[in-house]
Design a protein around this ligand. Structure first.
Ligand code: ATP
Length: 322
């Protein structure tokens, strides 16, 4: 009988539990045993394992966070750490690993496969949505909706005082959350890493907007923008816009938490199943994703260093609708 290990790694994302549940239940369907690994690659090195069966994953599909916990492990970046991890897996009779996480998680898993012959399948779980090979990553939709609801509330209070509000959302290198929450909340301006705008251009746009506007003005800023995020941007703007009541809000980690949306639960369920299905077919070093509603298997190395592009048409649309 095959034995599959499953772990969640890197930044946690809502829907990871739904993916773990799907891995456990699909393994049961194919007749495989499952070993849960606590704390990502750190848990592999420390042999922090637990057998997982049907009932161990009941009641978790709606829970945010990850019951397997997550961690970042410097030791796993070194060959010595990965050798200990592989030996621990082999001692448990594990043939394959499902790694739920982002780019770094996939790089680590690939090393483990190449160096020690353990089949590794990646499941894209990150709120940033920055991986190619899938239209959306697990957790992105929930983060988007959480940010939207928070910004709607900020809009109410901003309206009441006719304030200029800069709201920072997550997205280290990619502006997916900023772009789509910006549109969903009717933001007057969206500042993204993908749209290179000089500070002078931002000032000009803002002046135009403030000329037209009497109500509040909402600027959604991606944390990874070259302006340095909402606080730094506000400092660059304060002199020119001193007559406005400018405020800054940083949404921060609330975007990672909360019960996953239906969309994330369904995506995670599909991808968890497809990961086990891929192992069943003998595949390794692949990532499972969904593109245009269809399951897509991508060689994992193809996802490295290639950021998914945002849809610039949406960026232009936001300018028309502001
Ligand atoms: P997120 O996008 O949410 O940050 P991630 O999976 O990219 O998720 P990382 O912190 O980059 O998160 O990676 C998770 C873990 O994967 C690291 O702590 C490390 O143990 C392992 N890892 C990352 N890159 C490598 C690499 N090049 N070689 C070996 N292991 C790696």
């Amino acid at each position: 009988m095959k034995k599959i290990a499953v772990l969640t790694s890197g930044g946690d994302a809502p829907g990871m539990n739904a993916a773990v549940r799907a891995v456990v239940r699909s393994s049961e369907y194919f007749g495989y045993e499952v070993l849960g690994v606590n704390f990502g690659y750190r848990g592999l090195i420390e042999a922090d394992f637990k057998q997982m069966e049907h009932l161990d994953v009941s009641g978790i599909i709606q829970r945010g966070g990850t019951i397997l916990k997550s961690a970042r492990s410097e030791k796993f970046r070194e060959a010595e750490g990965r050798a200990i991890a592989a030996a621990n897996l082999k001692k448990e009779g594990v043939d394959a690993l499902v790694a739920i996480g982002g780019d770094g998680t996939f790089r680590g898993g690939t090393m483990l496969s190449k160096e020690h012959g353990i089949n590794v399948v990646g499941v894209p779980g990150t709120i940033d949505n920055d991986l190619i090979g899938t239209d959306e990553t697990i957790g992105y939709d929930t983060a988007l909706n959480t940010a939207m609801q928070a910004i709607d509330k900020i809009r109410d209070t901003a309206d009441a005082h006719e304030r200029l509000f800069l709201v920072e959302v997550m997205g280290r290198d990619a502006g997916f959350i900023a772009l789509e929450t910006g549109i969903a909340c009717g933001a007057e301006l969206i500042i993204l890493p993908e749209a290179i705008e000089k500070i002078e251009d931002i000032k000009e746009s803002l002046k135009d907007i403030l000329k037209e506007k009497s109500r509040s003005t909402l600027v959604v800023v991606s944390e990874g923008d070259e302006s340095g995020g909402a606080i730094k941007l506000s400092k660059k703007l304060e002199k020119d816009f001193s007559k406005y009541d400018m405020r800054v809000g940083i949404l921060g980690h609330i975007q990672r938490g909360g019960s996953p949306t239906a969309h994330d639960r369904v995506l995670a369920s599909r991808l968890g199943y497809e990961a086990v299905h891929a192992i069943h077919k003998g595949l390794s070093e692949v990532m499972v994703g969904v593109i245009n509603h269809e399951v897509k298997i991508t060689p994992i190395a193809e996802t490295f260093g290639k950021m998914k592009k945002i849809n610039m048409e949406l960026y232009e649309l936001a300018k028309i609708l502001r």
